[in-house]
Design a protein around this ligand. Structure first.
Ligand code: OOG
Ligand code: NI
Length: 463
């Protein structure tokens, strides 16, 4: 009897994200330039800040830094979304979080497919922000039906991809050659197509309803619309973008620059105008694809997040229309209220932390009682606490990224109406609550520390 060894889901995801990056570099050469710029800024940042470099090395984030990126796609139907869930599951990517963007005038709701456990995140945290078009928000019934009919005609998956997804479910894994074939077939779903599926008039009608609707409905598949490497200094990267030939969006989204980075800061270069062939041989253009960079910080607790949301709302009102420098100053002033030391963030329960025994803790830990407070253990240098990195997205920032890349005209808002139940029904599964994931990581780390300490104490007694 022969036994086949399966390739791990993490390895398949790693191969896929590498292939996706290569494809996007070939499709959008500016993305390759962006990668170089980010790599240079990261190298310089680590050279200038040995403490950061050491932390990154210790937490394992240094090894993932070079492969870290997220992408985004938009799909048109429940069937497409449900099948994507199965496709991403092959790579250990699960739907986390629900984002309502209708409030910000974008007729979609979204989730992020991403790895969830520590080891998988450390290997390659590749995530895809995935949006489902909400056709019900199109006002004209005629246009709505037309869009639905066009979408019903397409199949965004290759037969090979469907086959391998089914095989994966049946076998419980994929062999090495099957995994490579899966990567190749799955990649086809995200490729750019120069040929639209509609004539120019239909495209124009959908575009006028909302540019995003045209982008989702008029093409053969959900082309990857950006890939985002992780930078360690987004202000510097943004500053250097114009010299590298990129046109950055006006302001960096998210929190201001701080000593202890929180959540996520993002900026992008503007979408490219690309040649498209419409049915009837009409040549035209479409703007969809862009590049983005992000800087990640600590995951916030519900309490920290509420404070962030409140301060951001105030700052955004004051900063409306300002250029990036003034915008950042206004944000910084508003965020003065947000504690900016790790000790305060921890003591006030604003961020999630990963707790570990230090070398000293491993040597001397036996002497402290099992029930000793964590804070006391930290003060004695027996336990270290590091903020847990935020792995998710921010709806206000996402809306800013969407809008700066849709170009032209303002859009109606769709009187904010989140509908998580409808999204989960389309997905065919519930989305995981991101706060619960961070809380579980934190809790697990505390339990491991306690377990080690009590084992040591026991050994000491026995010995
Ligand atoms: C997604 C925009 C959201 C982010 O990083 O917040 C996003 C899109 O334009 O489809 O990618
Ligand atoms: Ni993005």
């Amino acid at each position: 009897m022969t036994t086949t060894t399966f390739v791990s889901r993490d390895e398949i995801r790693h191969r896929f994200s590498t292939a996706m990056s290569a494809m996007y570099q070939a499709e959008v050469p500016q993305y390759a330039t962006l990668l170089e710029l980010v790599e240079r800024v990261n190298r310089e940042t680590l050279e200038k800040d040995p403490t950061l470099a050491e932390r990154f090395a210790e937490s394992g984030e240094l090894t993932r830094l070079g492969v870290e990126r997220h992408g985004a796609i938009r799909v048109g139907t429940a069937e497409e979304l449900a099948m994507l869930r199965r496709l991403f599951a092959v790579m250990g990517m699960h739907p986390v979080g629900y984002y309502d963007l209708s409030e910000a005038g974008v007729p979609v709701h979204s989730t992020a497919f991403r790895p969830i456990d520590d080891a998988s995140l450390a290997r390659n945290p590749f995530r895809i922000f995935t949006s489902l078009l909400r056709l019900e928000l199109i006002k004209s019934a005629e246009l709505r039906d037309r869009a639905a009919a066009i979408l019903a005609e397409r199949d965004i998956f290759t037969p090979g991809a469907r086959e391998l997804i089914a095989l994966h479910a049946e076998q419980g894994g994929l062999s090495d050659p099957q995994a490579n074939r899966f990567v190749e077939e799955a990649l086809e779903t995200f490729r750019w197509h120069r040929d639209a599926t509609v004539d120019h008039r239909t495209y124009q009608a959908l575009l006028e309803e909302h540019r995003l609707i045209a982008d989702v409905v008029c093409f053969r598949g959900p082309h990857i619309n950006h890939l985002t490497p992780r930078t360690l200094n987004i202000d510097e990267a943004q500053r250097r973008m114009p010299d590298a030939g990129m046109n950055p969006k006006a302001v960096i989204e998210g929190p201001p620059r701080r000593d202890c980075p929180i959540l996520l800061r993002q900026t992008s270069f503007k979408a490219l105008e690309e040649q498209v062939r419409f049915n009837g041989e009409h040549q035209g253009t479409h703007t969809a694809r862009f590049g983005e960079i992000e800087q990640r910080g600590a995951a916030l607790t519900a309490k920290g997040r509420a404070l962030y949301d409140r301060l951001l709302a105030t700052a955004r009102k004051q900063a409306a229309g300002l250029d990036n420098d003034a915008h950042q100053r206004t944000l910084a002033e508003a965020f003065a209220e947000f504690p900016d030391s790790e000790t305060q963030l921890r003591r006030e329960g604003l961020a999630f932390f990963d707790y570990r025994l230090t070398d000293k803790g491993r040597e001397e830990g036996a002497e402290c009682g099992e029930d000793e407070e964590l804070e006391a253990l930290i003060e004695q240098g027996l336990v270290s606490a590091r903020p847990i990195t935020y792995e998710d997205f921010l709806p206000v920032s996402a809306a800013g990224i969407f809008q700066s890349n849709l170009g032209g005209g303002s859009h109606d808002t769709y009187a904010g109406n989140a509908n998580r139940e409808a999204f989960e029904a389309a997905l065919g599964a519930p989305v995981t609550d991101e706060l619960a994931l961070y809380a579980a990581l934190e809790k697990g780390s505390i339990e491991r520390v306690r377990e080690c300490l009590s084992k040591k104490a026991q050994l000491e007694i026995d010995g």
